[in-house]
Design a protein around this ligand. Structure first.
Ligand SMILES: [Zn+2]
Ligand SMILES: [Zn+2]
Length: 340
């Protein structure tokens, strides 16, 4: 069914039958999991306008995350079809930080009226997890009252390391840098304990021309809510400033190879870390491990290039990648590949 759809676009909404599975089979899908419409304070766009914007931004999916309400779920149900996947969610704006509930049932509202001192967040994280959903710590270092995230990350599945809400002029701000530093530092201990939290990047769209800046590119078996959320939960994803940026990142040892979010058992063998980038002219590719920035190299002014680096399991428990523009703004940011 396709209604009220001036652009002739087609969408498929998770939770609203019929939900035919299409997409391209196993592959990398681009999506924005933090999107507000006119239903949210400060939101200026209708679902129609968001769909047009999502398509222009090259997205395969989006998540509807209004503030503390499921009122938009029904509006999105008018667009059920089979092309652009819409995942139902909510932004839970508590007194001491915001979080995203992704993959909630239609009409489901998560309680938001508490702060860290009330010891209530865990029960609501459990509620979303029981429903098969995913919990995201949103814009942890956001520079506004109640936006600064004061809960422990324990219980949250992923961290919104890159949030684009303040990025209409530049795509990377100081609060993202602070969250990245915190996340990068936590990986060293968390990977060893086998409980690391993947990064995600979202636009937090309220206004025109924000959607997809940035977005998350997820490896999934198909374009469905369950498989996309599973890919995000497993960290099989990287974050792109826009769809102009392409990234491939692998580690190989002998004939064995692992991709983003995977673990490669290499024992004492040397490992080759390979990154292929397109769309970042004169960009800087850097490799990060538990020792911090381990290596970096520049891309040519065409923006396309391959960078290789050699390491071992002894020296690197994980490797993750950053690609920055010459002026320092992030263009792409990956989840780690783990070495053992
Ligand atoms: Zn927020
Ligand atoms: Zn938001």
């Amino acid at each position: 069914m396709t209604l009220g759809d001036e652009a002739g676009t087609r969408l498929r909404l998770s939770g609203f039958p019929p939900t035919r599975v299409v997409g391209r089979g196993r592959g990398w899908y681009r999506g924005d999991c933090h999107v507000h419409s006119v239903v949210s304070n400060g939101g200026e766009l209708t679902p129609d306008q968001l769909v047009v914007g999502a398509r222009a931004a090259g997205l395969d999916f989006l998540a509807t995350t209004e503030h503390n309400t499921s009122d938009a779920h029904g509006a999105w149900s008018r667009y059920v079809d089979d092309d652009l996947l819409v995942i139902l969610g909510q932004e839970v704006t508590t007194q001491t930080g915001h979080w995203l509930a992704l993959g909630v049932p239609p009409g489901h509202v998560v309680e938001w009226r508490y702060g860290v001192r009330d010891n209530m967040v865990d029960r609501h994280l459990d509620e979303v997890h029981r429903a098969g959903g995913l919990c995201v710590a949103a814009h942890p270092h956001a520079p506004f009252p109640s936006g600064t995230f004061m809960y422990p990350y324990r219980g949250f599945d992923v961290v919104e390391v890159w949030n684009g809400q303040w990025s209409s002029d530049v795509p990377w701000q100081a609060d993202n840098e602070a969250t990245l530093a915190e996340w990068g530092r936590s990986l060293a201990a968390d990977v060893r304990q086998g409980q690391w939290r993947p990064a995600i990047g979202n636009s937090d769209t309220h206004l025109v021309d924000q959607i997809g800046i940035p977005h998350t590119v997820v490896l999934a078996d198909e374009l469905s809510a369950d498989t996309i959320l599973a890919g995000i939960r497993a960290g099989r994803s990287w974050i792109a400033a826009s769809d102009a940026v392409e990234l491939s990142f692998t580690v190989s040892a002998g004939h064995r190879i692992a991709g983003i979010g995977e673990r490669l058992k290499i024992g004492g063998e040397p490992a080759v870390v390979r990154v292929d980038v397109r769309g970042v002219p004169s960009g800087i590719v850097s490799f990060h491990t538990e020792e911090g920035k381990a290596y970096s190299a520049s891309l040519p002014d065409t923006g396309s290039g391959t960078v290789k680096w050699h390491t071992s399991a002894e020296n690197s428990t994980f490797v993750r990648i950053e690609v920055r523009e010459p002026r320092g703004h992030m263009a792409a940011l990956s989840n780690p590949i783990l070495l053992a």
